[in-house]
Design a binder for this molecule. Sequence first.
Ligand SMILES: [Zn+2]
Length: 193
Amino acid sequence: MSDEQPVLTTEQKELLYLIARLTDSLNCPTSWIKETPLQALIFHGIRKGLFNEYDYAPISTSFLGQGRKFVNISKECEDDLGDLRELGLLETIRVSSEKHDYITGYRPTKDSVNVIKSLENDIRNRVDTLFQCPFCKSPNYNLNINVENSAFIMKCADCKYVENIPLIIPEDVSYNTQPYFFPFLIKKDTKEQ
Ligand SMILES: [Zn+2]
């Protein structure tokens, strides 16, 4: 194997480090991060100034066995997940859930260990900040998911500070008041007039 390391963008480095952190891949390379919590943390990260080149948009997707919902997903992130896989730095697993949906899990490959170890400190620090309570600065600030309510929050285990992650677009949002979710419908309407 060549010693040469792949050239990654800042966003790809942040993404790889985030997944390594969530799966604790350097210490215990047996866990996978599921795509939904990963999407929630990436969306949260974008809103906090990470993943500078990423954008997000609500995409209708089958969601945690609860039918289809509009979920804020980053297309650029999906592309980078694919790129990191092609570079041999990430691997995925697909498992079927109780409700017969398929869930994808991600983790860094063994080959990625040296790449992750050589990531710059500012990349690590930026991602680590996501897991630091903005109120009491405790590092025990983690994602909590309530599947029944489709609620995603960051919660501090020490001071109980809570931040909502609006990953899912509420169903009572009217199409008329939020036309930017459906640019293709607007086009169609214009034609018909
Ligand atoms: Zn706190």
